[in-house]
Design a protein around this ligand. Sequence first.
Ligand code: CUA
Length: 137
Amino acid sequence: MKAKQNLMMSRTKNLMKNRMPAVVLAVLLFLLGAFLMEACAFADEAEQVVKITAKRYDYTPNTITVKKGVPVALEFTSLDRLHGFSCPGLAIRTDIAPGKVTTLRFVPQKAGTFPFHCDNFCGSGHEGMTGTIVVTE
Ligand code: CUA
């Protein structure tokens, strides 16, 4: 009985000894996989930065193309006076004051073409100070 037990014990030990590196390897591979998936997800979510200058009476660029689901940071600079940026279709707006960079962050949730306009009166051409955000699938 004792001999049989010893044999069992030694078999179990051997099994452990032989299997251990495989188990460790499996765990390491799993961790590596998890890490890579996380890194890819992070890369997908990397923010798209778009620099936009505003002046009487236009935005440069005035067509901004972004991708649905990808976070966007619009960085506005005014070259002259207070302007506004309002894009009702995407429910975003900000003031654009001169002398500083104004950052507006959003994640486009739907594809389409969304007009934007200046919503702070800035002079005779104010009504024509417009542009478009194109959100692609
Ligand atoms: Cu710019 Cu109104």
